[in-house]
Design a protein around this ligand. Structure first.
Ligand code: NI
Length: 173
């Protein structure tokens, strides 16, 4: 089956607030979902995407933080942060579910993550820089958390109102 670009949900949406279910087994459907998610992410374009953003509340994320050079598509099933540095770093984050809105978020500068690969093998890797921010942002999605949840209530409300307006405009076509 050809990879398919799936529609990306825009905040606010109840499916973006859900605790996602672990994947019990790597099946052809899971592999197809991961391939579709990568296709959707590159098309957007973005550097990361989590399954709930395409309406599937399962613990799967994809990412590729290479800006210039060979692409490095990654698909992580049931990812968990098993170590985080005390050092923090601040990045201006955005999200494909919150288009055109950006804000500084402070997170651990480095994290070690364990996940299940699409080959069924458990993998571990330490991420730094943009990759570290991205993997934490995407794992947050699996717990129903968005980057705007790190902001103050006023800023968060302002962004949410903008998104509600955007959704109304899109619905009107
Ligand atoms: Ni996001």
């Amino acid at each position: 089956m050809a990879d398919m670009i799936r529609p990306i949900l825009i905040h606010p949406d109840p499916r973006l607030k859900k605790l996602c279910d672990p994947v019990a087994e790597i099946t052809p459907e899971i592999r197809q979902l991961a391939a579709d998610m990568l296709e959707t992410m590159y098309d957007a374009p973005g550097i990361g995407l989590a399954a709930p953003q395409v309406g599937v509340t399962k613990r799967i994320i994809v990412m590729d933080c290479i800006k210039d050079g060979e692409p490095e598509p990654m698909a992580l099933v049931n990812p968990e942060v098993i170590w985080a540095s005390e050092d923090l770093s601040t990045y201006e984050e955005g999200c494909l579910s919150i288009p055109d809105q950006y804000a500084d978020v402070k997170r651990p500068a480095e994290v070690k993550v364990r996940w299940l690969g699409l080959d069924g093998e458990v993998q571990e890797r330490q991420f730094a820089g943009l990759w570290a921010t991205c993997v934490q942002h995407e794992i947050d999605h699996l717990d129903g958390k968005l980057f705007i949840d790190y902001l103050g209530p006023l800023k968060r409300q302002m962004i949410t109102r903008k998104m509600e307006k955007l959704k109304r405009e899109r619905a009107r076509g």
